[in-house]
Design a protein around this ligand. Structure first.
Ligand code: FES
Ligand SMILES: [Fe+2]
Length: 361
């Protein structure tokens, strides 16, 4: 596999080469190199609120497909464990439940809720048994408000990936957020996952692609801030309608904010609006097909129809139409790479640089 290179100097840099999007090899390798080593949104923390609750989930379903379980054990501690029985690999837990311990229904192996091997029938005489290998492996995890995250082999703690969001948005009251499934929706987009993300990472296209969003946002004051593994774009309102009221003073917050758009490497977006948060999870399905799950966490329903967060479905369809065109362009033999606007595409440049770091490592 050829090494990827994007110059750190945006004024000299060329964008990621098209072979990254077009070659199956890079798509397959990104699973281990990018997605296993970053943090995935796993489930809602309400699933393990009381001791004994057990919640299975599949990390990045249909791509990473890692079966894990969250448990709250009898000591009131939350655990994240592999959901794979250490005997012959059966999945241990198939649905949310309340249990005293875990018992595999294939041959009866038992574990405690924090993953320790307890017992196994018909294993008399087996040498060096049980050993630590018979415990369920723990999976690194962490949480913020209702969001539980897990990672198979994180390059850094969750805090390093989301530090700015945790600090800047603590006033938002993440503990009060409630998932609203009726307003959540999946979109299938015919493009490479990275094309979807890099489109999200620049507001450059807003005046060209999103006419009604452009009526809300003041393009001139739109800002992009880069952090080690995340990017914050802030959209300021043309007027105060639909913007945050009582926004605390913080670094760079100039009032009349319509939306804080956080992207967390590689595939998570947390869009903060006065009504709540729209979380986007981007799942690669094929190198030219991507699922984008919109999950709504509502704080104040009365504000749902206002401002930059009002017409998310329309904005999404506008983005899909454009990135599906880009997919066709990238797949054609006539495009290799392009250049960046130093003023408007720092987020996309940062994303491409992170892809190079993770893929080359
Ligand atoms: S696979 Fe679980 S006990 Fe055999
Ligand atoms: Fe867009």
């Amino acid at each position: 596999m050829k090494r990827l290179f994007v110059d750190s100097d945006i004024t000299s840099a060329e964008t990621l080469p098209s072979f990254f999007y077009n070659d199956d090899e890079y798509f397959e390798a990104s699973k281990q190199k990018i997605f296993s080593r970053s943090w995935q949104f796993a489930c809602d923390s309400s699933l393990v609120r009381v001791a004994g609750q057990v919640a299975p989930c599949i990390l990045l379903k249909d791509f990473l497909d890692e079966p894990v379980i969250f448990t709250r054990d009898q000591n009131d501690r939350v655990n994240c464990l592999s959901n794979v029985c250490t005997h012959r690999g059966n999945l241990l837990v198939e649905g949310n439940c309340v249990l005293h311990g875990l018992r595999c229904r294939y041959h009866g192996r038992k574990f405690t809720l924090d993953g320790k091997f307890m017992s196994m029938p018909e294993f008399e005489g087996v040498k060096n048994f049980p050993s630590s290998k018979d415990n369920l492996p723990g999976i690194p995890f962490d949480s913020w408000g209702p969001f539980m995250f897990a990672s198979m082999r994180p390059v850094a703690p969750l805090q390093s990936f989301m530090d700015d969001m945790f600090q800047r948005m603590s006033w938002f009251g993440p503990g009060n957020l409630k998932v609203d499934s009726s307003r959540s929706k999946d979109y299938l987009v015919k493009c490479h996952w990275a094309l979807y993300c890099e489109n999200y990472l620049e507001g450059f296209h807003i005046p060209y692609v999103h006419n009604s969003l452009n009526d809300e946002l003041d393009y001139g004051s739109y800002t992009t801030k880069l952090f080690p593994f995340s990017v914050l774009q802030t959209g300021y309102g043309k007027n105060s309608a639909g913007t945050f009221r009582d926004l605390p003073a913080g670094p760079g917050d100039k009032g009349s904010v319509s939306a804080f758009y956080y992207w967390i490497f590689p595939n998570l977006m947390f869009n903060f609006y006065p009504w709540g948060i729209s979380v986007n999870v981007v799942t690669p399905l094929r190198k030219d097909l991507t699922r984008v799950s919109f999950i709504s966490y509502v704080l104040d329903e009365s504000l749902l129809g206002e401002g930059a967060g009002a017409e998310l479905d329309k904005v999404e369809r506008e983005d899909e139409a454009i990135v599906e065109n880009v997919q066709k362009g990238i797949a054609s033999g006539s495009y290799i790479s392009g250049r960046y606007s130093p003023k408007r595409e720092t987020g996309t440049h940062h994303f491409h640089r992170l892809i190079c770091d993770f893929m080359n490592d």
